[in-house]
Design a protein around this ligand. Structure first.
Ligand SMILES: [Ca+2]
Length: 186
């Protein structure tokens, strides 16, 4: 009984140590995340500011040097670069991250595109528009064909009925009088 009690005490103490360790580690992790979050916030503000310098034709007016007059949370200046994207110029703001070395895993980047909503919307709108028109005319075309086929089939049937009634036709009823179905997809 006594040894079982001792075992329980050991477990409780170990549990307390584990919980205590978590509490000690937690602030350290938060502190690291705080620096990254602060850097990200600064970068977003700069990105929004620079994004307003879009020239309306898919480019940017460049009012700032490649080294921005702003630092990340590790005290190093943020870097600014431009490149041509699919719909317009793209600006990238980069923090070298904790290690201070460019192009490593801890870098933080924020991007904006100079393609205005209007430009992109216009292009997408045009593409989507012609796709819709194409699809619609195909649908209308095939519907019209269907109607025509059905009409022809109906006419044939009526004609046969009339012929039967007047006794002028000896034609047997075909097994399938609906050869109008689309062929099965490949
Ligand atoms: Ca880095």
């Amino acid at each position: 009984m006594a040894s079982s009690h001792a075992t329980q005490v050991v477990w409780v103490v170990m549990l307390l140590i584990a919980v205590g360790a978590l509490f000690l580690i937690q602030p350290g992790l938060n502190f690291l995340n705080r620096k990254e979050r602060a850097t990200q916030g600064t970068m977003e503000q700069w990105a929004n500011r620079l994004d307003q310098d879009a020239d309306g034709e898919g480019g940017y007016v460049k009012n700032y040097p490649a080294t921005l007059p702003a630092n990340d949370a590790w005290g190093r200046p943020l870097e600014l670069a431009y490149h041509n994207g699919e719909f317009g110029e793209v600006l990238t703001i980069r923090s070298l991250g904790k290690d201070g070395v460019a192009m490593t895993g801890d870098d933080i980047t924020v991007t904006r595109s100079a393609a205005t909503a209007k430009t992109v919307g216009g292009q997408i709108g045009t593409a989507a528009g012609s796709a819709i028109v194409e699809a619609a005319s195909e649908a209308v075309g095939s519907a019209a064909d269907k109607v025509k086929e059905k009409g022809a089939a109906l006419r044939d049937r009526l004609k046969r009925k009339t012929d039967e009634n007047t006794g002028e036709s000896e034609e047997p009823e075909p097994a399938s009088d609906e050869p109008t179905e689309d062929p099965p997809p490949p």
